[in-house]
Design a protein around this ligand. Structure first.
Ligand code: ZN
Length: 110
């Protein structure tokens, strides 16, 4: 038997939850949510394209005429997940080292 993928496990869990709710069975929603959340971390998400400083910090920098560099952040916890090198360009980590979210490493060219 092949190993179930995270996506398949999520779909199966959601079916169990729906079936349990339909039958009005006791179902551990807290456990369900913990499992879904852990499984979702294994599914690579696109990093968020932004700048190092955001919001009011970015406005303050701009007001002083200081540079604010483009970067990529974790879509879950906003930790910077990009390494910038003059030789290789921007490189995205496979996982966020802060929250463990799997990340898409391919940057779509704009
Ligand atoms: Zn993160």
């Amino acid at each position: 038997m092949e190993t179930m993928t995270a996506q398949q496990a999520i779909e199966k869990l959601e079916k169990y939850k729906t079936a349990a709710e339909f039958a009005e069975n006791i179902y551990d929603t807290e456990l369900h949510n913990a499992c879904i959340s852990a499984l979702n971390k294994q599914l690579p998400k696109a990093p968020r394209k932004t700048t190092i400083f955001e919001g009011t910090q970015a406005e303050k920098l701009a007001a002083k005429g200081l540079p604010n560099y483009e970067t990529y952040k974790c879509p879950v916890c906003s930790r910077i997940v990009a390494d910038r090198s003059f030789i290789t360009g921007i490189k995205i980590s496979n996982f966020c080292e802060n929250c463990g979210q799997a990340l898409e490493t391919e940057i779509t060219k704009e």
